[in-house]
Design a protein around this ligand. Sequence first.
Ligand SMILES: C[S@@+](CC[C@H](N)C(=O)[O-])C[C@H]1O[C@@H](n2cnc3c(N)ncnc32)[C@H](O)[C@@H]1O
Ligand code: SF4
Length: 389
Amino acid sequence: MSIKEYELLSRNVNKQVEDELKRGYLSCLDVQLGGGCNARCVYCDTPLYKETCEVNLQKVEAFLKSGKINYIFVCGLGEPTAPANIRYFKDILFLADKYKAKVSAFSNCINMDKELFDYINRGVYNVIFKLDSFDSGYRKSTYRISDSADKAMQKNVETLSQIAKSNKSSFTQVAASIVASKDNFDYMTDLVSFCVANNIFPKIGLLENAGNSSDTFDDKSLTKIQISQIQSFLKNEYGVDDLQSLKMCPAVLGSIFISNKDKVSLVSGLATSCKWFGLEDNNKEKQHFITEYDVEEIPNDFYYSVTDAILKYRLLNLPFVEDALSQTDKTIIGGCGGDPRQILKNMVDISYYQMEQGKIFRASLDKHIITQEEIGKTITKPEDLEITR
Ligand SMILES: C[S@@+](CC[C@H](N)C(=O)[O-])C[C@H]1O[C@@H](n2cnc3c(N)ncnc32)[C@H](O)[C@@H]1O
Ligand code: SF4
């Protein structure tokens, strides 16, 4: 039996997004909602439950109207279906449907309804749901949820399995996020087998040392031997080479990132779109801000001016990114983005391709065109960036 790829993290979608990037277009939005959540997971990497969502949906729609956005990623802070976020999340799904884009979002899937299942059924909403154990006691103590919330969650997992099973295409719109630690190591093969049998993509992520898990990380993280046992299982059963190989996130390079405070930004220095990429500490703001347009000021070329500003910042930071790549032998935190070194290498290759082909900014207004002199100038390392060496 083989593993069906989760469509929005698939090699196919990665290739499409990369091809658009080579032509000078960002084809994804990466929208961060508020930190509100209906669970309190013991390992939660972003326990910022009071952070509000201030994303302006008129701006989201302005980006979609350009016709260039095909995918929207909702990866954090909190829970998209929690009361504080659900209205934004459903509006995003509505807009995606209207402009023929697809949404990928992580969710604990405690609160689901007919409307959300309908979006999943139609492939508008691609969901990565939480699946760490089949044991109810384990879930209740790990997510710190009530018995009724746990029962709702399990019922929803059954519905998701049915939806995934009935999808006859070569991809699936349902993935399971399995946070692998010593606590659930013994369940790992059962969890993966369940997923594959139900057309669900098993997105295994190793426990990360962040947020609530910081205190227990040393005790709970898997040993090298345990990781290689999981790898051997995946290789022998399904021919998959490693834990990361099928789950590159195209949004890391190919997106316009909108924070919960409604700011478009990039990671300082490394110039990746995804806020979580390259940060040692998720709670520290190390962002380079691109735009703070008021809604009343949204220009007709909004998408193009923002895209150009992002790509320009990236080009200007290439010497720094190349330096980081050449001097870093340890892995820079990548989280769900896939192999971090590979992503930075892609960024460098794509940027040089854009320059060689003269394709960058071809769709832009004159005022955004970057000159060769600007690209060539020496860049100093931004003060606020820390990289693991
Ligand atoms: C920040 S959560 C937000 C979405 C949603 N509330 C959820 O938990 O599915 C995004 C993903 O990161 C995973 N995650 C949270 N804390 C983690 C940690 N310390 N290490 C690894 N993965 C973690 C979650 O299980 C989830 O799949
Ligand atoms: S990991 Fe997700 S579900 Fe758990 S507390 Fe954090 S945001 Fe909520």
